[in-house]
Design a protein around this ligand. Structure first.
Ligand code: NDP
Ligand code: 8X3
Length: 251
């Protein structure tokens, strides 16, 4: 029987590539996100790979929507082997003293509270089966800070801490927790961060070769296909031309 993976934020970028690669590896997939049409299209692509797929559209910031979505699962779909907490975003690059409160709320509610709501809803199902694997998308922004990164960096530092905390709390339930900390990955991330300004978003990657969503998906697939006794706790993955949050070599 196939294993089952639930991936949040599967409508774009890293989540979408992870869903497709996990399907190719023989996982049945629950794909989630807010954009229902994109989920429907991705579901068709996944089905064509010969595995089962269940699209669920909801907003991870809404605890009742999250709980209702997980409660709606029946039969085999309740046997979630892998939860990929990927949904997340950066909004804005203002210095802290000029910060826009709505941007802060969106980042904290999505990246921290959304990840917590998902984990709170899914972990009991894993515990009941005495095993599972949670993969949290943190960031190099969860290890370092950079100008204008303030609240986004704080949310990803929180994810980094929560990965360690989850690993401790769920140790006796044989649940693996993997923290993934990428550097720059060209997805819709910067378009969201710059609020639809595609020129500003493109400039982020000007003169350098960023990671792709597939690079991160490959890494996640490697982590979730290790033997039962092996857990990759924390993976930092950077473009070759990015040394840290601030040093990027551009042509
Ligand atoms: P994208 O913008 O391409 O994808 C973000 C995904 O998150 C979308 O599928 C979006 O779906 C989903 N999402 C956002 N808000 C919500 C919400 N409230 N409820 C449900 N789903 C939501 O960005 P990436 O693929 O790059 O980002 C994925 C993760 O990787 C994020 O956590 C990000 O912080 C992290 N990351 C990204 C890096 C990068 O450079 N790109 C580097 C390091 C980490 P929808 O809008 O349909 O709801
Ligand atoms: C996204 C990478 O460098 O923009 O988490 O913070 S960065």
């Amino acid at each position: 029987m196939n294993k089952t993976a639930l991936i949040t934020g599967a409508t774009s970028g890293i989540g979408q590539a992870t869903a497709l690669k996990a399907a190719e590896a023989g996982f049945d997939i629950i794909i989630t996100g807010r954009r229902a049409e994109r989920l429907a299209k991705l579901a068709e692509e996944i089905r064509a790979k010969g595995v089962e797929v269940l699209p669920l559209h909801f907003d991870v910031r809404q605890p009742q929507e999250v709980q209702n979505a997980i409660d709606s699962l029946s039969g085999k779909w309740r046997n979630i082997d892998v939860l990929v907490n990927n949904a997340g975003l950066a909004v804005g690059v203002s210095p802290i003293q000029e910060g826009i409160l709505d941007d802060w709320e969106r980042m904290i509610d999505t990246n921290v509270k959304g990840l917590l709501y998902m984990t709170r809803a899914v972990a009991p199902l894993m515990i009941a089966r005495n095993g599972g694997h949670i993969v949290n998308l943190a960031s190099i922004a969860g290890k370092e800070v950079y100008p204008g990164g303030n609240v986004y960096c704080a949310t990803k530092h929180a994810v980094d801490a929560l990965s360690k905390a989850m690993r401790t709390d769920m140790l006796k339930h044989h649940i693996k927790v993997t923290n993934i900390a990428p550097g720059m990955v060209e997805t819709e991330f910067s378009i969201v961060r710059y609020k639809g300004d595609e020129t500003a978003a493109k400039n982020v990657y000007k003169g350098m070769t960023p990671l792709t969503n597939e690079d991160i998906a490959d890494t996640i697939l490697f982590a979730i296909t290790r033997p039962a006794h092996v857990c990759l706790n924390d993976i930092v993955i950077m473009p070759t031309v990015q040394a840290n949050s601030r040093d990027v070599y551009r042509q």
